[in-house]
Design a protein. Structure first.
Length: 277
């Protein structure tokens, strides 16, 4: 057996010596194939996000808190916000923005109203976005007629205080009480903030005293307190106030600079920027 193997190897060596051009040709062909494949991969158009190239009506900021909570933030004018239904993960939607309020199945359990119309149905219908289900909860309201923002603790759209019912939006969540350190935890508990002490991805909506709005998502697993602290440490502006939105796998963001997919679950509602489809 050993003798036959030696003879075979010797035969291959003699063949290689007689036909070196064959070996060179094989190597050259292989090299050309590798280079061609690389060129094709580099020049092949890459799939674009559904929202690529839309009007860029926001500014983007990323920051890390002292507790290593990473915030991705989109700042925008409140007049450029469009509350809309989703029904899918955010990524395939042709709009910049983040996830909205709490939901169960296809029912929206947080207020989401644009110009007195709930985004997921009709006024007074369960799951439409007209109600904060079960409990009065912190709802961020932009009063378009007066140009002001506030957080109002309400049960439904009927309870909202606005100047003109034809010109406002209201997004439900849970009060952050960024200006009231002494009461925020009790208020969040009264509003039944889900999983406050668990390590979860989270999202929120914050405004400042100059009328700028911040859409915020963290992919970091953190408690509600750590998320709120990160906002206090890193979100620019004075006199800030805001709400917690739905979190965990629903924490999603469509931005040119960062695409955060959570666990890619469908969400019922989106806080979008004008200019999307």
């Amino acid at each position: 057996m050993w003798a036959r193997t030696e003879a075979t190897l010797a035969g291959l060596r003699r063949a290689s010596q007689r036909r070196p051009w064959l070996t060179a040709a094989v190597l050259l062909t292989a090299a050309v194939a590798v280079v061609t494949a690389a060129i094709v991969m580099l020049t092949k158009p890459q799939p674009r996000e559904a929202f690529h190239g839309l009007p860029h009506t926001y500014s983007y900021l990323q920051a890390d808190s002292s507790g290593q909570v990473q915030l991705h933030m989109m700042s925008a004018a409140p007049a450029d916000i469009v509350l809309r239904s989703a029904g899918t993960p955010l990524r395939p939607i042709a709009a910049y923005g983040i996830n909205g309020g709490f939901f169960y199945g296809s029912d929206l359990l947080s207020v989401a109203i644009l110009n007195d119309r709930p985004v997921n149905g009709v006024q007074g219908a369960y799951g439409s976005g007209w109600f904060n289900a079960k409990y009065p909860r912190g709802t961020l309201v932009w009063d378009g007629a007066s140009g002001t923002m506030s957080v109002q603790v309400v049960s439904s759209g009927d309870d909202l205080s606005v100047t003109d019912r034809r010109h406002y939006w209201a997004q439900g969540g849970i009060s952050m009480n960024l200006q009231h350190e002494e009461v925020w935890q009790a208020a969040a508990a009264a509003e039944h903030l889900p999983y406050a002490d668990e390590q979860r991805m989270r999202s929120g909506l914050v405004y400042d005293g100059n009328g700028k709005l911040w859409l915020i998502v963290t992919p970091s697993l953190c408690t509600a307190e750590a998320f709120r602290t990160a906002i206090l440490e890193t979100v620019p502006g004075e006199a800030r106030e805001g709400i917690f939105l739905d979190g965990d796998g629903s924490s999603q963001m469509n931005a040119e600079e960062a695409v955060l997919t959570g666990d890619s679950r469908p969400v019922v509602q989106m806080i979008a920027l004008a200019g999307g489809s």
